[in-house]
Design a protein. Structure first.
Length: 109
């Protein structure tokens, strides 16, 4: 067994506590309302609420909107491509987390 200190930090995830309106998300991400609405319909962003005026976005949506804007502007990726790229990045992150957990589990043995 390793002598590495593996204490976990506990506390609220700030991203989960933030709730932004459409206007606030546009301001915070520098994306236009048109971009945000398009990304919602492409599945890139998942707001709570039935209509754009009532939508509320999490901090996770802010991170995704900034990344989506970067993909759109810098790489000229179209909205369906942005959705695909972000889905693939999410999958990579999930696999990396799983590998990290497996590696930590093996080190404990």
């Amino acid at each position: 067994m390793s002598n590495t200190d593996t204490r976990l930090a506990r506390g609220p995830v700030v991203e989960e506590e933030i709730h932004l309106t459409l206007t606030e998300l546009c301001q915070a991400s520098s994306a236009s309302e048109e971009h945000i609405i398009t990304w919602v319909f492409e599945g890139v962003l998942e707001p709570i609420g039935e209509a754009p005026q009532k939508w509320r976005f999490s901090g996770q949506s802010l991170r995704r909107a900034r990344l989506a804007l970067s993909l759109s502007r810098d790489l000229e990726v179209n909205p369906p491509g942005v959705a695909l790229a972000l889905d693939l990045l999410d999958e990579i992150a999930a696999l990396q987390a799983r590998l990290q957990r497996l590696g930590a589990h093996r080190q404990e043995k």
